[in-house]
Design a protein around this ligand. Structure first.
Ligand code: ATP
Length: 609
């Protein structure tokens, strides 16, 4: 389906939903219109919980606070100032502005570099408790536990409030749907799935989380503002933990990560709760709670995926499944004139000086000094625990080392986080293939290009330009024929190749590879070896390779650095290292055989490590 057709289809569905909203008051009784007006607004807030939790992976209990910001702004302005159109807009501005301010502070606290997802959830858990206490202690200003009531509002009929709330929900849902299906929206799933890989692809994930959090806070505040206008009463419970948790429950029931699921979850549960509360005032919460437990146990993904799965399965039985899904992305090679890699500064491509790394009292790296130039392929070898991976980490993340300095392309990495090191020209491939498992090969590569090609917030790109080095890896391994294949279906070797292409898509000048051939077949190893030689010799990259396979090291390296107990014991040519008595002792001392030619492992064996 073309982009224009896909977007037209979304708009047609949105128009149908608006038509249904318009028809609502004509087919529903007054009670239902009244209750559903509230439910429509709650559904908009549940949608923001889904964006944060279902898509971005942030479980939040605090969206109620932003809803209350909008509601209380309307209530406070109308109560303490005269009601007028200008004051009403002032209240809207204060509500949204207040919500944005609170979200910025909470976002900064919850998503700073290094904060865990649990930490974020705990902060959003505390937020409603603090907000409710503040409202309770506000005296006559906030109305304390009674809240504010009887204030003036726009003179709209109940039907008009229903239409306004419904149109707001349809508008927000449509925009959110277009966004999550766009190239920029895909980043949310990438962050949820593998935040570490995102950072090492140069993405500032903390910033992305804060931006989405701010947008969700603003949506919730507008919903709260409309709610106060229609209900003409606000109470501390609107900011409370119970409402915040209800939003999470509706999202889980409907199906998180589906957008429409939480919307329908909120609409149905809130409407039915109102009915049950009237009919069974003492047991309705027990009934809702029991239903929730039953649904979650039977359908952990929520109800909407089940509703969609049934027809899909039936259609799947009727229609033969295509063996290879059609790809919608066309690959092409980036013109070298359009390359956006960092301009090299003074000195060698990589300069490591006096680097020390300690974990508490354990010194893992001690006084590491070396330089590597562009076009060099340097292998880093040494027994297990020598500190090889730790050194790679120190080069790719300025916060890792205890002391010493590291310059990449002539620029001091200082204490910069991984994404900033990527901007200086570092590309890191991990020991275990580190890709986005649920995304396709093409989507993984698109995310790797986000630093250079700004993604659209409403469209999906149909073509993808990659640097020649990345295209070379794709063509050599045949990955260019599997662009529509989800990464989790690839073989181990193909995943390694995909990760390497993703890293090369960054246009790095210093390439860090941690055992790129681990677990590969001999043919795959030879392929990777040829690619690495090409990258260093023809593309002029500085390649630093951690490797245990001596034959592989001997075939491709221009230089070998031997690390032992956190120190460099030798830095020289392959021949020098192989002939070194010291190196033999290092390996003998580690309980392994030496690395001379006589005792070197056969091609199928790995170098002792
Ligand atoms: N987070 C950590 N906390 C404490 N010690 C650590 C940590 N990470 C690594 N180490 C220790 O640092 C030392 C070096 O580990 P590192 O993984 O860098 O070695 P390596 O040379 O890459 O080994 P291998 O070849 O087995 O991958 C080891 O003794 C390891 O136990």
């Amino acid at each position: 389906m073309t982009e224009a057709r896909r977007l037209s289809l979304i708009l047609v569905v949105a128009l149908l939903a608006l038509a249904a909203i318009f028809a609502g008051p004509y087919v529903l009784d007054t009670y239902s219109v009244n209750v559903l007006t509230r439910s429509l607004l709650y559904a908009a807030v549940a949608l923001t919980v889904d964006l944060l939790w279902g898509f971005l992976g942030i479980l939040t209990f605090g969206q109620s606070v932003f809803f209350a910001c909008g509601a209380y702004a309307a209530g406070l302005v109308s109560t303490h100032m005269d009601f007028s159109t200008s004051n009403a807009f002032l209240a809207l501005g204060l509500g949204v502005g207040g919500a944005l301010l609170v979200a910025a502070i909470v976002g900064w606290l919850a998503f700073w570099h290094g904060a865990s997802a649990l930490y974020a959830s705990v902060i959003t858990l505390v937020l409603p408790i603090v907000a409710t206490q503040l409202l309770y202690s506000g005296g006559t200003f906030t109305g304390s536990s009674s809240g504010l009531s009887g204030f003036m509002s726009f003179d709209l009929s109940m039907e008009a409030w229903f239409w306004l709330s419904g149109s707001f929900l349809v508008g927000v849902t449509t925009l959110a749907y277009i966004f999550v299906k766009s190239d920029a929206g895909r980043l949310l799933v990438a962050v949820r799935e593998n935040e570490q890989r995102c950072k090492y692809l140069g993405l500032d994930t903390s910033r992305l989380k804060i931006l989405v959090y701010l947008a969700c806070a603003a949506i919730a505040a507008i919903a709260g503002y409309i709610y106060a206008g229609y209900a003409m009463v606000v109470a501390p419970e609107l900011a409370g933990f119970v409402f915040g948790t209800e939003l999470v429950i509706w999202t889980a029931l409907g199906g998180r990560g589906t957008l429409l699921g939480p919307v329908f979850g909120a609409l149905i549960v809130d409407y039915e709760s109102a009915q049950l509360a009237g009919d069974y005032p003492f047991v309705w919460q027990l009934i809702i709670g029991t239903l929730f437990v039953l649904v979650i146990v039977a359908f952990p993904r929520g109800l909407l995926p089940v509703v969609f799965d049934v027809p899909r399965k039936l259609l799947g039985l009727l229609r033969p499944r295509p063996t290879t899904p059609a790809t919608s992305v066309t690959l092409s090679t980036l013109d070298p004139a359009d390359a956006q890699g960092v301009e090299p500064g003074e000195g060698a491509a990589l300069m490591v000086a006096g680097v020390v790394k300690r974990f508490g009292s354990l010194t893992v790296l001690e006084g590491i000094d070396f330089e590597a130039r562009a076009g060099e392929l340097v292998s880093l070898v040494g027994p297990n625990g020598a500190g090889k991976t730790t050194l790679m980490r120190c080069i790719a993340d300025g916060a890792e080392r205890t002391s010493g300095s590291i310059h990449v392309n002539g620029y001091d990495i200082g204490r910069k986080p991984p994404e900033a090191c990527v901007a200086l020209g570092v590309g890191r491939k991990f020991q275990m293939a580190n890709v986005f498992e649920t995304l396709t090969v093409a989507q993984c590569l698109q995310i790797a290009r986000v630093r250079h090609d700004r993604p659209s917030v409403w469209r999906r790109a149909q073509d993808l330009q990659l640097p020649q080095a990345a295209m070379h890896v794709l063509a050599t391994t045949g990955l260019d024929k599997q662009l529509s294949t989800p990464a989790h279906l690839l073989s181990h070797g193909m995943k390694q190749a995909l990760e390497l292409s993703m890293v090369l898509a960054l246009e790095p000048r210093v390439l860090l590879l941690d055992e790129p051939t681990a677990g590969l077949t001999k043919t795959e190893r030879m392929q990777i070896g040829a690619i690495l030689i090409d990258l260093a010799k023809k593309q002029g990259l500085c390649v630093l390779l951690v490797e245990h396979d001596l034959d592989f090291v001997r075939e491709i390296s221009s230089r070998v650095i031997v690390l032992h107990q956190g120190r460099i014991v030798l830095d020289g040519s392959v021949e020098e290292v192989v002939a070194s008595e010291l190196v033999k002792q290092v390996y003998a001392g580690s309980g392994h055989a030496g690395i001379d030619h006589e005792t070197a492992p056969s091609p199928s064996q790995e170098m002792p490590a």
